[in-house]
Design a protein around this ligand. Sequence first.
Ligand code: AMP
Ligand code: GLY
Length: 424
Amino acid sequence: MNVLIIGSGGREHAFAWKIAQSPKLTKLYIAPGNAGTAQAGTNVNLQVTDFEGIRQFVLENNINMVVVGPEDPLVNGIHDFFLADDQLKNIPVIGPKKDGAILEGSKEFSKRFMQKHGVPTAAYQSFTAENLEEGYAFLETLTPPFVLKADGLAAGKGVLIINDLEEAKSELKNMVAEAKFGTASSTVVIEEFLKGIELSVFVLTDGENYKILPSAKDYKRIGEGDTGLNTGGMGAISPVPFADEAFLRKVEERIVKPTINGLKADGIDYKGFIFIGLMNDNGEPSVVEYNVRMGDPETEVVIPRIKSDLLDLFEGVAHRTLGEKTFELDERTATTVMLVSGGYPEAYEKGKIMTGFETIENSIPFHAGTKQDAGHVVTSGGRVLALTSFGSDIRDALSKSFANAERINFDKKYYRSDIGFDLV
Ligand code: AMP
Ligand code: GLY
């Protein structure tokens, strides 16, 4: 089977690394990929939303399956684009169509979906410039902190958590009336603040059957002790110790099943990953958000813990036979520590030469923002390299990730040396 992966981050390198191990694979391509994916397959110089370019490549190279990493092409309808084309329509796309991707593309839609199908989530209301005054009144009924969410995709920046009522009102106005996040914030969801500790659960579904993948916790803030600006994620751990069997059973019964059944009931034929962001409040789960893709860097700890053939599972998704597929997990703990460019998530420099790859021991280096340049691997993004390790417990796995974080060098390298601090 010839497979094309769409995307260029650590998530896509983890997919490529895993798929390259499949006996079902003939040729693997990654568009556009990075210096790491080039070791697992062949990079193709195409942007993720260049559907025409992807179409031509798929036809010329006899691609038999397309695996979509990021949300952008999904929300923009890459799967629908394939189905609408006579020559592409029988080539499976792993990732939902637009009607499913809207679970991530619109917070208002996903809140309504959860409410309709009885999935536990924070109480909410949504507002536009037309009913701004009602938005102010709603804020007055809530106790701080106030949670304001841009309805649309805002590159992970569209959520504001504000302690002061007047500031919350003024930010609401900025969002709906002054396009703080462009058209993404012309509708704003205001919701109740959820207490507790966050984790993520990932589900792979063929629209009928599902497999619950390992849970993971990521570390979003740039600074030690979860301080400073939000990033895409500075590290991750799987499994999550506080997500024990009893908790995960509640997640399956109260959240996963109603979600899968709700999609079916609403006529949304969903084939792909569902990333469920959860709050655990004293053992009670509620949903913070859905994403319609895998998380990054969560993928870098979740995928290595899947022992079964990922392509075989994807075939199950494509042919709605996921229920018949074997699904085995590695019981060990996996951790990943992300090396980033100094300055990230604000301005940072690119093009720094990276060294030390040959000294890595006992970790899998998953490339994120890297590229090959005149015989060197150089940095090409904020998040640069995820170092994933296995261990008997979190401490054991982390000691390997941290040791290798020291072995890789590039100018202005930074990483959080306290990943997992709250769990050990
Ligand atoms: P989201 O993009 O919806 O995941 O929100 C980004 C982050 O904001 C989440 O990962 C949470 O840390 C936080 N957050 C979002 N909604 C809530 C909520 N209702 N209560 C508490 N924290 C929240
Ligand atoms: N690490 C969080 C995300 O991928 O959205």
